[in-house]
Design a protein around this ligand. Sequence first.
Ligand code: GTB
Length: 219
Amino acid sequence: MTPTITAFEQSPDRGQGLARDMTARWAFEEVGQRYDVRLVSFSALKNDAHRALQPFGQIPTYEEGDLVLFESGAIVLHIAERHAGLLPDDANARARAITWMFAALSTVEPVIVQRETSFYLERDKAWHEERLLIVEDRIRSRLVELSVRLGDSEWLDGTFSAGDLMMVQVLRRLGSSNILGEYPNLSAYVARGEARQAFKRAFADQLAIFTGSATDRSH
Ligand code: GTB
């Protein structure tokens, strides 16, 4: 059965692939699994039918037969566990790759999302610029640590894994700032992720929705 994910009908990122359906799309492409996409309007996100799939009224969701999942991390882990290509066979290496998925979502992403939230919700406040400096310093703390750990390695722990996929997607959300550029090895890491054929296919498919050139919802 072909799984179906949900994505924004009109993504506020204007096709930059920053919304989290991109993460699921990239995972599908890495493992060679076909998938369908159902587009959801902002108002439909908050209706009962969508909340039955995603209690917080967000995208992405994953449906496959009786199985309904939400949370991009859980979706990527599910895809990675059912198909070869995103998690190593060795049990310890597999556990470490999953650890990096959690690190991306629990340790690195929150500070990056704080910066976005600050722009969306606090830009008109007198203290916005001051707070932004604090938030950006917190991002730099995480990036220094990540940069030190990555060093000259291509990926975080051996071969490319779901941990790298998740981390690259999280770091991409810094795209509108110059912060990532302060860490050349992290910039190169993100560029390596974006250079993968699977990433390019996923990116093109979500961009086609924004430009209105998507013809076939099955990938
Ligand atoms: N923890 C959940 C997960 O990982 O799946 C978070 C899901 C989530 O944040 N979904 C967002 C959503 O549905 C879209 S991805 N928001 C609608 C709502 O809450 O009402 C986050 C996102 C949105 C926009 C941009 N952008 O414009 O650049 C980037 C990322």
